[in-house]
Design a protein around this ligand. Structure first.
Ligand code: SAM
Length: 205
């Protein structure tokens, strides 16, 4: 594992104890977005960067869910919360930049607020493209840099704070990164300003 990846992973390990508390205000908005994105998936599903498992209660019952995260401490939070109520979820410690799955293993891949943190986002997205079946669906809830000149600039200036605290960038262009990873059928819906987005990708390959 390269130094940057190790660094970001350690920051998530460090913040894991207070992550849910810290994110509580955001859940006022995010809960309805989670209901929406999880309703999009079917069949064999991979959740990347499951964190403390905030999406897990919302998934439809008839799916086969594998949930990965590279931070063992974030993953342990999810496991502790949901291993009894959701015994069929497979929790695995894994880096999205190096997925240990065969090509075309999943019908759907879901991420929420993950590609702000993945150290090499295009590499991670290429891996998702590889493990998702042809015609499969990638569902994302991600925050990105605003295209507004002043807001975008403010996000650039403030970026070192969340990056230092827990490894998240607030000025990524995830839609552009999807294109760089080779995705073409990308549908984007703004959920809050032009910052929080629901992104659906059909994995044509
Ligand atoms: C901001 S948290 C979001 C957690 C969860 N998805 C949610 O919506 O609350 C980002 C998560 O992505 C994980 N993550 C970041 N980079 C990763 C990588 N390269 N591979 C796997 N997980 C990663 C972090 O450990 C963290 O748990």
């Amino acid at each position: 594992m390269d130094n940057l990846t190790l660094n970001i992973k350690q920051r998530y390990n460090r913040i894991s104890a207070i992550y849910d508390l810290m994110e509580k205000p955001m859940e006022v908005f995010a809960a309805k977005w989670r209901v929406d994105i999880t309703s999009e998936v079917y069949g064999k599903v991979l959740e990347v960067g499951v964190g403390t498992g905030k999406n897990i209660p919302f998934y439809p019952p008839n799916i086969e869910l594998t949930a990965i995260d590279f931070s063992p401490k974030m993953l342990q939070k999810a496991r502790t919360k949901y291993e009894k109520t959701h015994p069929n979820v497979r929790f695995l410690e894994m880096d999205v930049q190096h997925l240990e799955f065969e090509d075309n293993s999943f019908d759907c891949v879901l991420t929420s607020c993950v590609f702000c943190s993945v150290p090499a986002p295009v590499e991670g997205l290429k891996e998702i493209r590889r493990v998702c079946k042809p015609g499969g669906k990638i569902v994302m809830l991600e925050h990105v840099r605003s295209k507004n000149k002043w807001l975008g600039l403010l996000m650039d200036v403030l970026n070192p704070i969340p990056l230092y605290l827990y490894g998240a960038n607030i000025n990524r262009d995830t839609v552009e990164n999807l294109k760089k990873a080779g995705f073409e059928n990308i549908f984007v819906e703004d959920l809050w300003l032009d910052i929080f987005k629901k992104i659906i990708v059909v994995n044509i390959k």
